[in-house]
Design a protein around this ligand. Sequence first.
Ligand code: URA
Length: 248
Amino acid sequence: MLNSSRAGLARLSLLSEELETLQRYGTRFVTGALPDNWLERIMTGTSEIMEQTDNKETMPENDTLDAILAEVTGCEKCSLATTRTKTVFGVGSPSAKLMFIGEAPGADEDKTGEPFVGRAGKLLTDMILAMGLSRDRVYIANILKCRPPDNRNPLPGEVELCEPYLKRQIRIIRPAVICTLGAVSAQTLLKTNVAISKLRGKFHSYEGTPLLPTYHPAYLLRNPSAKKATWEDLKMVMDKLGISIPGK
Ligand code: URA
């Protein structure tokens, strides 16, 4: 197939997921951001879509957070563009040593454009404060920049199209440590299906940066007994960053 690319394949896979969603739920989640004849294209051929979406994987030279922000704000790569209120880019220090990465915006984040501001966000803020840090000294972002309708899990095609933005953010910020929150962000960045309960508690490597997966604050709200293990994870992060640990 001519001009094939990972981005083209991702677009194609997203289209077929949306077809499946359409068959399952009706038109609610499938919307106008797609090309007019998208269904026909899925059925009859792919090369045109692949040419249109070619080559999004390469990193622009002299990339900046502002440039990525502008792209994210106008992004229409997937149908979440038509259901979102605001894109949720990321907040914090552009020179943060620690980056937290969650899954996707929820309802509160979609309204405000800021990650982790709902109930789970308040818990994350408390976790950051307990580490002796603050939200403006770390950087907080998500795998997806737009809210999936009804807080459903991100579709693999959405992740594939959105992840390059995050990858660029990470390359610019160059944190000393990444802490992923929940299964989706850990599995996406580490390219694995291993359960979060198995991934957490130890450092992995993301493009050479130490990455420690821990539980998602929303999970902790439902399962407070997991807070102890999460605090152990956060202490490992503090240790790696040279932050003094209370009582040690
Ligand atoms: N959950 C996430 O994963 N990210 C947010 O920004 C909010 C809730």
